[in-house]
Design a protein around this ligand. Sequence first.
Ligand code: NDP
Length: 240
Amino acid sequence: MARLAVVTGGTRGIGAAISKGLMAAGRKVVATYGGNDEAAQAFSAETGIPAVKFDVSDFDACVEAVKRVEAEHGPVEILVNNAGITRDAMLRKQTREMWDAVIDTNLGSCFNMCKAVWDGMTGRKFGRIVNIGSINGQAGQLGQVNYAAAKSGIHGFTKALAQEGARAQVTVNAIAPGYVDTEMVRAVPADVLEKIVARIPRGRLGTADDIARGVVFLTADDADFITGSTLSINGGQHMY
Ligand code: NDP
């Protein structure tokens, strides 16, 4: 039986490529989203992948959604925590609401979703979790204290949970994408984007498929010796 993968924010952008990549790798996939019904419906019509709507920053909603998905499709064996938002502003202009929204959606969601699948994965002695971090969580980025803190938190969360899951053969890894050509990055002013691309040794933005390939690799059955790692996929922009 094909293993079931849940991809949060899996109907658009990088998440949509991850959903499709996992399906192409023989996984059964359920994609989740937060509010863009139109994009979700178009994605499901194109791919045949079901889309489930709930707010990943809401703990109870996550637990309830995972229960519904498992009742309909079977146990979640692969979880990709990809849903994320930005609310950029320099600290001086950043509000508490912007901070909370980004921390809750990007980092709180990892706690919520991992809690919802954890007992099942560890009990069955198999699981693959991939958390999508960011180059800006590794290197920092002005105007993004909230986002950089959330993404940096994801990298710490990943290493801690990997230690908890190792004996039960549940691997937990992170991917730190560089700048990827999606709506999130297209929202960056053109002159700023030009400067960013100039700093990427590979000389281009990443594609959503570049990130999806990393997820397929880390969630393979035989990737069981890779846990607690962060895979940087950034065209050489940040190496350490
Ligand atoms: P998009 O904005 O294109 O897509 C974000 C997805 O997350 C959407 O499906 C959206 O749902 C979902 N989402 C957002 N908030 C919530 C919420 N509260 N509850 C449920 N779902 C939610 O983002 P990208 O594809 O660009 O980014 C995907 C991930 O990759 C993010 O974690 C981002 O931080 C990370 N990343 C992106 C980079 C880039 O260059 N694009 C670089 C580094 C990291 P809906 O469609 O309903 O809005």
